[in-house]
Write a protein that binds this ligand. Sequence first.
Ligand SMILES: [Fe+2]
Length: 301
Amino acid sequence: MNSLIKSPFLLKNNSIFDHWRTHKLHNAPNYLECDPNNLFIDIESACNPSTTEIKKIFESCEKNSYCLYRIKDQSTDTKKNIHTLAKYIGLSRLDGNICADTDKLTSITQSSHIGQHEYIPYSNKRLSWHTDGYYNPPNEQINSMLLHCASPAKEGGMSLLMDHEIAYLLLREENPSYIEGLMQVDAMTIPANILDGKVIREAQTGPVFSINDHGQLHMRYSARKRNIEWKQSASIIEAVEFLEKLFESESPHIIKYTLKASEGLICRNILHRRTAFVDFDENEKNRLLYRGRYFDSILTL
Ligand SMILES: [Fe+2]
């Protein structure tokens, strides 16, 4: 509760927000100027990361809400060990969505599997800006996400990332009423997911921004027009337009990078999207990423 009272994300906490904002912008990398390769944290062994390596992951997530890592010892780069690595960060409660593998890490690859054919993530098409699990019910919010590249595409499949705290900061700088609107509990509604006439998921209504139990900012968002029904209030509509313009701009806050094999992302469910891609001719070489969606938060060390 104390973390909520002192949260910079509460609109009434102006001085706490100002202090946080200065610090955040001071530490934010300018992605138009820096080489993404310099942002990676090297992990020697995925099954036995060192204390120093884990500390670096926590520090990066605290500063920028995400970290990029690279597994050095290829023999430890297995799906099982990615689970182990996540557990070192405190991530173990996985959301087993309807397309997840039995171990709940989802294989993101081109698929014609029944049940996945309606979903763009399992195609080679571009994915628009979103946070993961934006359609989840209130008691199953996704606080953290892991994306691990087992095999890149022949061409494309680039990830674009933006710290959702920066999106909040820019919106609040532009107009605090945008935040007020996006924090309303009925700001957005995601229509029910109906497949072959059967309701797979009920419609979900909720806020874009909220503050979780640890005082961290949580964001639910999708840029896909047909996925969202926005509350028809001026502040919300303008805020959504502001975000769309931000995503189209050459912002120094957007990182663009194509993950290579043994590289991955661990984050506090930041904003992200993917470009379209082309696979190799041989099926066994298809782009393959493992994704974990966690109810757990990445806490401060
Ligand atoms: Fe995603």
